[in-house]
Design a protein around this ligand. Structure first.
Ligand SMILES: Cc1cc2nc3c(=O)[nH]c(=O)nc-3n(C[C@H](O)[C@H](O)[C@H](O)COP(=O)(O)O)c2cc1C
Length: 374
């Protein structure tokens, strides 16, 4: 009898020094349930539900400082109290045999004065406000343009966050350089209107992000650092006129660090082709140019994930909404089992259970209570 081939998503992979048992990564997902910016015990339940032996999980975006905030009840990693609160969550994930990276975040102008210390203006590369139609129903405050001499202080915030993440027990950190937040507000020419050494040319616009990469690598070692980039997206009024050049430039900067662990890139928005929504698959040139592990994200399901791993388009695939709603996603992929549907209305609500840890496992009887026992 022919031996049944393992599906590509479920084959092992060595990412730098990390031995992964499969390619199904938990994408970073903001969950807004860290009251007072302190991670809570229920996060240990949530993350350990999604942990598997040899799997890779990335945390929700986690603030690097008091000015990094823009959403209710998101976690931070800049105070000793936050570091202590992360420790049992990281332990719970490690007990299940998974690897855990902390996504380090600064929202920049995706914020309001209410989230800022002393009601100050949010900070950015620019003083241009995000237009009211960027996100229906949301009005972001007019930001204050950072002076060049303030930027080393923000770089230091990322450095401290990385050190804290390692102290909390994380296996590494992911620098959030995607989705219209502070690093992208510098990188993309649709937002950056500076005329100093942090604006204008591609090299100047990427200078801040590269300084963050260099600082974080210097602090915790290239083998513990990944970055998330979304060159093709235009979230929060952050678009670039030449996303391929931007992505290519950033990948070359990452390659300067021997052993830089991973580059996590988000696909362009889904395109409708012949009436079907399809992933545009525009990341191959960057995957080819990058020396480390490549993670692709954005719209993937079981079939598309298996296809891109089999084709060598990417090493790993990060799953957002499907993993949110299916704590046992790798298992369901293995069995070809039906998936729970996600409930968008509870994505960003603050309940410690609803829309968070209450999505059923395939076999509630055997896996549910045990998996909840974090
Ligand atoms: C509820 C929710 C929260 C998200 N939070 C983050 C985040 O904190 N950091 C980030 O980089 N992306 C975030 N994203 C984007 C996801 O990581 C992912 O790129 C996106 O959902 C597309 O992948 P998918 O089609 O597998 O869901 C979020 C998406 C959702 C739906």
């Amino acid at each position: 009898m022919a031996r049944q081939e393992a599906m590509p998503l479920l084959t092992p992979f060595k990412a730098g020094r990390l031995e992964l048992a499969h390619r199904v990564v938990l994408a970073p997902l903001t969950r807004c349930r860290s009251y007072g910016n302190v991670p809570q015990p229920h996060a240990a339940v949530y993350y350990s539900q999604r942990a598997t032996r040899g799997g890779l999980l990335i945390t929700e975006a986690t603030g690097v400082s008091t000015t990094a905030q823009g959403y209710p009840e998101t976690p931070g990693i800049w105070t000793p109290e936050q570091v202590e609160a992360w420790k049992p969550i990281v332990d719970a994930v490690h007990r299940k045999g998974a690897l855990f990276f902390c996504q380090m975040w600064h929202v920049g102008r995706v914020s309001t004065n209410d989230f800022q210390p002393d009601g100050q203006a949010p900070i950015s590369s620019t003083d241009k406000q995000i237009s009211p139609d960027a996100e229906p129903g949301m009005v972001y405050s007019k930001p204050r343009r950072l002076r060049a001499d303030e930027i080393p202080g923000i770089v230091d915030d990322f450095r401290r966050a990385a050190r804290n993440a390692v102290e909390a027990g994380f296996d590494g950190v992911e620098i959030h350089g995607a989705n219209g937040y502070l690093l992208e507000q510098f990188m993309k020419d649709g937002a950056n209107d500076r005329d100093d050494e942090y604006g204008g040319s591609l090299e100047n616009r990427c200078r801040f992000a590269v300084e963050v990469v260099d600082a974080v690598v210097g602090e915790v070692g290239a083998h513990r650092v990944g970055i998330r980039l979304s060159p093709f997206l235009d979230y929060m009024d952050c678009a670039d006129s030449d996303p391929a050049a931007l992505a290519g430039y950033m990948v070359r900067q990452l390659n300067k660090h021997d052993g830089f662990l991973y580059c996590h890139m988000v696909e362009p928005r889904m395109a409708v082709v012949d009436g079907r929504r399809q992933i545009p698959h525009r990341l191959l040139p960057f995957r080819k140019a990058f020396n480390g592990t490549f993670i692709a994200a954005g719209g993937y399901d079981r079939e598309e994930g298996n296809k891109v791993v089999a084709e060598g388009y990417t090493d790993l695939v990060a799953y957002g909404r499907l993993f949110l709603a299916n704590p046992d996603l790798p298992k369901r992929f293995e069995l070809g089992a039906p998936l729970n549907k996600y409930d968008r209305s509870t994505f960003y609500t603050q309940d410690p259970v609803v829309g968070y840890t209450d999505y059923p496992f395939l076999d509630e009887e055997n896996n549910g209570p045990a998996a909840n026992d974090a």
